[in-house]
Structures are given as C-alpha cells and as structure tokens.
Design a protein around this ligand. Structure first.
Ligand code: FMN
Length: 187
C-alpha cells in the first residue's frame, strides 16, 4: 500500500484580473491536487494590503516587519502549507507589481519558513512563446534555490491575451492538471 502524506496547498494569485488566466491555472492545479486528497486555500494578492519593503532592516533587528498589514494574515497560511502555487502573468517580461511586492516582503520572514516548501509556478502571457517568461521563471527558481525551497514545476501558457482564454488551451490546462498530480507524487 502506498501512503501519501497529507498536503495543504496554498494558491497565490498575482494577477489583478479576477477569473483571468492566472487564476484559472492556479485553480486547475489546486483542484487536481484536491482530487488527489490535498486540502487548499487561495489568496488574491490584489485584494490584500501589502506595503512595499522599505529596506529599513527593522526585520533584521527586531524579527518582525515595520509594516502592520495583510502579510500578518498571509504568513500563517504560508507556514502551514507544504505546497505553494505561485501564479503571476507576465507584465513587461517580469511578474506583476502585486507579485513582486509580496516576494520583496519575504526578506523580513524567518528563513526557516521557506525550507522544503514545494513550489509550482503558473505563468500565462500574451506573447506567443514562453521566452517572454524567462526572467520571471529564472527569478522564481533562483529565489527558491536561495531559500531552500523545492521548485517542482512551471506551468506556462503563452498566447493568452483574452480574459479566460486559457480555458480554450488544451495543452495549458493539461499541463496544469499534470502539475496538480505531481503535488501528491513529490515529497
Ligand atoms: C501591463 C501589462 C503588461 C504586459 N506585458 C506582457 C509582456 O511583456 N509579455 C507578454 O507576453 N505578455 C504581456 N502582457 C499580457 C499578459 O501577460 C496576458 O494577458 C496574461 O494572460 C494575463 O493574465 P491574467 O488573465 O491572469 O491577468 C501584459 C499585460 C499587461 C496588462
């Protein structure tokens, strides 16, 4: 008998567009993992108040950030979730501002929280091939490597301009489903 450890998956949507391509990819990955026995939660960064890092190093001195904002409610979710699905569309070859604000705030978090987290990136883009995502994928991979996280997979969806157009992309939805299955396969 094969025993799979229980996993809690946190979906993080970095697009401001509700019901857009990023959210559809993140939802598909999460729903597939839930079908396999995972539990999940989802946050929409655009609906949270997350202030930009001020590089004051207050976190290094006191152990907590000077900002009292929605990162305080996000942190326990991040901590309890074994898997993070990081979703952002490509904006000017990079992630959205909402996504970057969030990641900059990781600077103030106890690094032990990141150790061993499993990460899947979900990245739609308007451009016709995933070359447009190379800086963003590289950024996420390098951060994961630096913080001791376990980068599992990237789900890319090129050629996605219309809101929700990814629903029509059999290959992108299939790769999101495969990523969701891998969540329960990987330890
Ligand atoms: C401000 C802005 C900048 C964008 N820059 C790029 C880009 O550099 N390369 C690209 O391929 N697509 C770019 N796009 C297109 C989005 O990545 C694409 O529409 C994506 O599917 C949006 O995802 P969403 O539906 O989750 O918001 C841009 C869109 C916006 C609004």
């Amino acid at each position: 008998m094969v025993y799979y450890a229980h996993k809690h998956v946190l979906g993080i949507v970095g697009s401001p567009r509700r019901g857009g391509n990023t959210e559809i990819l993140v939802d598909t990955i999460i729903a597939t993992a839930v079908e396999q026995g995972a539990t999940s939660e989802k946050v929409i960064l655009n609906e949270l108040e997350i202030a930009p890092c001020q590089a004051c190093n207050g976190c290094q001195r006191t152990g907590s950030c000077i900002h009292e904002d929605d990162m305080e409610q996000l942190l326990p979710l991040m901590e309890k979730s074994e898997v993070w699905v990081l979703g952002t569309p490509i904006y000017w070859w990079g992630p959205t501002a909402q996504f970057k604000l969030f990641v900059d705030r990781w600077y103030g978090i106890d690094q032990r929280i990141f150790q061993g987290k499993q990460v899947i990136a979900a990245i739609p883009m308007g451009g016709g091939n995933d070359h447009y995502a190379r800086h963003t994928i590289g950024m996420i991979k390098d951060i994961c490597n630096y913080l001791g996280m376990n980068y599992i997979e990237t789900v890319v969806a090129p050629g996605m301009n219309g809101k929700g157009s990814v629903r029509e992309s059999t290959s992108a939805i299939e790769s999101a489903r495969l990523a969701g299955m891998r969540i329960m396969d990987s330890c």
